[in-house]
Ligand binder design. Structure first.
Ligand code: AMP
Ligand code: MG
Length: 393
């Protein structure tokens, strides 16, 4: 799927840092200034020349330097009162932490029990974090909150980012009721949960969801819906109607009107997934079952959308935990809804939640991770499995 997709090169907009988190950089960023911008103290204490501290004699205190103050060059043979973040006076090269200082009147010396502060002690050098002109972030970087701070420290107030990907979300199914509609106990129809789930997932990626509503299980209407959405959106995510039932119209419509690149994947849940296009517009047709929708998005669709958005592939930590269960081998790669709990040996143990039905939402909401069971491998208690955390913060 990734190989079939190219970045869409959306319009570029300039956003202030406060609004840029989650968006994808359209141009590499370089530091306008060095950080720290000047040599400064990393501690509250006294700054002097290390050579003078080494005499272990009282030094007169010649300046008072809180953060934000301007430092005068150090008078030789003196020390200055200095606070964290204050500029280091020219000539001073070692800060004595105030806990290790001994004061007498207007003089300071290293306390008897303390060691002499060496050159560079508690000094943060100009540019030690990054130099002026340093490459900070490449184009294609999806901005994390920690990147925002980095850019701000480098003197950057706004950045060029790609306009958000516009993703149409289409639900299919004659049975579906929109949340908010009175529960029709007579008909006992299920509420559409996939649509709000997908809209929320897209929101987390900083993308724009275009609400395609609910299409009935009818060839002509489904076909019309897809055509309309393909005109308005950069890509389409549909749910339902893609399996092998008589009323699963979506696959037929795509076969007639679009192109199918892939149908059915060896994962559980999520087998019926179809990947194709309507005209030039990529289509991710997910199964209808809500847990399958979430897992297909998390495991397969998300990285495709990021690629369309222009984001470079991201490294993510691979996390492993220990199975506290056993399971027979399965032909498909399986994603278990599970919770992680620390075992007596200190390692995290994977506890699958009771219900693993692809239609069940409760265990998905209760899960703090998905545990990945590779295809064709039987699991014994104590085996290490990869886990995908579900709750970022
Ligand atoms: P389908 O893939 O269309 O056969 O749907 C599989 C199951 O998922 C059926 O029980 C559907 O009622 C259910 N389903 C399909 N779409 C949704 C949706 N948007 N929200 C909640 N359940 C759905
Ligand atoms: Mg259906």
């Amino acid at each position: 799927m990734l190989a079939a997709l190219r970045p869409l090169h959306k319009a570029i907009e300039e956003l202030t840092l406060a609004r840029a988190s989650g968006r994808v950089l359209a141009a590499a960023q370089q530091a306008l200034v060095a950080s720290p911008p000047a040599d400064n103290s990393a501690m509250d204490g006294y700054a002097a020349r290390a050579l003078d501290w080494a005499h272990r004699k009282p030094l007169p205190v010649s300046q008072y330097l809180p953060a934000g103050a301007e430092a005068q060059p150090l008078d030789s043979g003196t020390a200055v009162r200095i606070f964290t973040g204050a500029p280091l006076p020219k000539g001073a090269d070692a800060v004595l932490a105030q806990e290790l200082a001994e004061l007498s009147g207007a003089e300071v010396m290293v306390a008897a029990a303390a060691e002499t502060p060496p050159v560079g002690c508690h000094v943060r050098r100009r540019g030690e974090d990054f130099a002026q002109g340093a490459r900070l972030l490449p184009a294609g970087r999806r901005l994390f909150p920690q990147d925002i701070g980095l850019l701000a420290a480098a003197g950057i107030a706004s950045v060029p980012v790609y306009a958000p990907l516009r993703v149409a979300v289409l639900s299919t199914g004659d049975e579906l009721l929109e949340p908010g509609a009175p529960p029709t106990s007579a008909l006992r129809r299920p509420y559409n949960s996939n649509r709000p789930t997908l809209i929320a997932l897209l929101g987390e990626l900083g993308m724009e969801a275009l609400d395609g509503g609910i299409a009935p299980d009818d060839r002509a209407q489904l076909s019309e819906c897809l055509d309309t959405l393909a005109e308005q959106a950069d890509c389409i995510i549909s749910t339902g109607g893609v399996s092998v039932g008589d009323r699963d119209m979506l696959r037929r419509v795509v076969t007639e009107r679009g192109e199918t690149q892939l149908w059915q994947v060896a994962i559980k849940p999520g087998k019926p997934l179809l990947f194709g296009s309507v005209g030039e517009v990529p289509l991710f047709a997910l199964p209808g079952n809500p847990a399958a929708v979430f897992i297909c998005f998390r495991v397969l669709v998300r990285s495709c959308l990021l690629r369309l958005q222009g984001a470079e592939p991201e490294t993510a930590p691979v996390l492993r935990a220990r199975a506290v269960f056993s399971a027979p081998a399965n032909q498909r790669e399986e994603y278990l809804r599970a919770s992680l709990r620390r075992a007596n040996d200190g390692e995290m143990g994977i506890h699958p939640l009771g219900q693993q039905s692809s239609g069940a939402l409760r265990p998905l909401a209760d899960a703090d991770c998905l545990a990945r069971i590779p295809a064709g491998i039987a699991i014994n208690a104590g085996d290490w499995l990869e886990v995908l955390p579900l709750r970022g913060g």
